[in-house]
Write a protein that binds this ligand. Structure first.
Ligand SMILES: *Cc1c(COP(=O)(O)O)cnc(C)c1O
Length: 376
């Protein structure tokens, strides 16, 4: 028998979450009397750990899908996705341009090096291109002072038949928690792209779920939003739960108790003896550790559910095991079901918060050795 641990991926939850996001876009577009933005469902990193093809199957309502990796893009095409497919970092060498043309991909272009490669390329058919602006995050994109010239070069490529649709994009650094900083990025974007033709793509999950934010972007009538994390049922906002946003967990990490014992006052638990009992208590060993993707930094007190009862972990997380407090679960025994996060357990955001990270990292990090079960 394999170790009793699994990650269950719920396709109905993925569909529900996309539906929730799209319903919100419908209502904000009606309120603003604007054309509704189209959605690139972001599926990078193997769909945030949910499996690329699982997500592709569930996100059929999205107008487009977005990722980073050429191999992932090709897998989506081979699986039958014929709609728009955006490579968020664009191409890395000239051979990628030919592949992007062959597979009819849309590419972000964020450096002069990419523009030079594009202008020198002879792709079999023109590419769709979004020219990326660095509106403040200082990660990818042309500086505002260079943007219009870069856009002009992309327009030359368009005139030369190398580019079909041309658009403008940027990325927010603080859409989850700093409205002023985001407003400043919007101002830079609107000012820099003013009057340039083409559609607009700016909003990640946090911006997409901030009511009406997308309508403040110039060119809101032809816009693509790029939600990722919310589609997987985690919250992009530190202070707002996914549940409160109407989202459902799409990934559930579950395991079982493989050993149960009673310890007494002064007895310690696990590596480093980080937890010491101050009275007699029952504890259970869970078949999940950091080699499965559970965060090693999760401290005593991190929530966990045993036999449907919410309790906490104790002491240090080991490679293959961790320990749960069974004080509140007297019926627990070897074989009892444990939910580390997801449906029937704490949210991935709660576990992440306790461990000093974000749900994104935990969802992506479930190890290959953990078997995936897919709920259709
Ligand atoms: C990852 C990513 C997104 C999606 O971000 P979420 O916070 O997961 O919604 C959008 N745009 C770009 C460029 C990204 O890299």
């Amino acid at each position: 028998m394999p170790r009793p641990i699994s990650a269950t991926i719920s396709l109905p939850a993925l569909r529900h979450n996309l539906g929730t996001v799209m319903a919100q876009l419908v209502s904000s577009s009606v309120a603003a009397r604007r054309t509704m933005p189209q959605v690139w469902a972001v599926m990078k990193a193997d769909a945030y750990g949910h499996g690329l093809l699982n997500a592709l199957g569930a996100f059929g309502q999205a107008q487009g899908v977005a990722m980073l990796d050429m191999n992932e893009a090709v897998r989506c095409r081979q699986a039958g996705w014929t709609g728009p497919l955006l490579l968020l970092e664009g191409f890395f060498d000239p051979a990628d341009i030919l592949l992007a043309a062959h597979y009819e991909l849309t590419v972000a272009v964020h450096t002069q090096e990419q523009l030079d490669m594009l202008l020198a390329a002879r792709p079999a058919r023109p590419l769709d291109v979004f020219v990326k602006l660095n509106s403040g995050m200082n990660r990818l994109g042309f500086a505002p002072k260079d943007y219009r010239q870069a856009y002009g070069q992309a327009q030359q490529a368009q005139a030369a038949g190398l580019v079909r649709h041309l658009g403008k994009m940027t990325h927010f650094a603080c859409a989850d928690d700093n409205h002023e900083a985001t407003a400043a990025q919007i101002a830079v974007f609107n000012q820099t792209t003013d009057g340039l033709p083409g559609s607009v793509s700016v909003c990640n999950s946090a911006a997409t779920l901030t009511d009406g934010l997308w309508t403040t972007l110039t060119g809101a009538d032809s816009q693509w939003v790029r939600p990722g994390i919310c589609l997987y049922g985690a919250s992009p906002f530190a202070g707002v739960s996914a549940d409160a946003l109407g989202l459902r967990p799409a990934q559930t990490l579950a395991a079982e108790l493989i050993s149960v014992r009673t310890i007494g006052v002064g007895d310690a638990v696990g590596y480093g003896y980080l937890y010491t009992a101050d009275g007699p208590m029952r504890i259970g060993v869970v078949a999940c550790g950091y080699a499965d993707g559970y965060p090693r930094h999760a401290p005593t007190g991190t929530p966990i559910t045993v036999d449907g009862v919410r309790t906490r972990i104790l002491g240090r997380v080991s490679m293959d095991m961790l320990v749960a407090d069974l004080t509140a679960v007297p019926q627990a025994r070897v074989g009892s079901k444990v939910v580390l996060w997801g449906r029937g357990g704490p949210s991935v955001d709660e576990v992440a918060h306790a461990s000093g990270t974000i749900g994104y990292e935990l969802l992506c990090a479930v190890a290959p050795r953990v078997p995936r079960l897919v709920v259709q």
